[in-house]
Design a protein around this ligand. Structure first.
Ligand code: ZN
Length: 59
């Protein structure tokens, strides 16, 4: 059995990735799906950052 999955765009940098993290990093409480590359600097020293889980593309 093979698992086909289409990469989905990071909502921050638009790069197509297979794994995105659901995070908040603003006072607005908006949820973003971002790639691991974006998550790192966005979450660092950010009092608004909340981690909401990992989304895998496809499935
Ligand atoms: Zn990104």
């Amino acid at each position: 059995m093979s698992t086909r999955s289409q990469p989905k765009p990071c909502q921050h940098c638009s790069q197509a990735v297979h794994i995105r993290y659901g995070i908040q990093f603003e006072a607005t409480g908006r949820w973003w799906l971002v790639c691991p590359t974006c998550w790192d600097p966005l979450s660092r020293n950010n009092p608004f950052c909340r981690y909401g889980g990992t989304w895998k593309a496809g499935g």
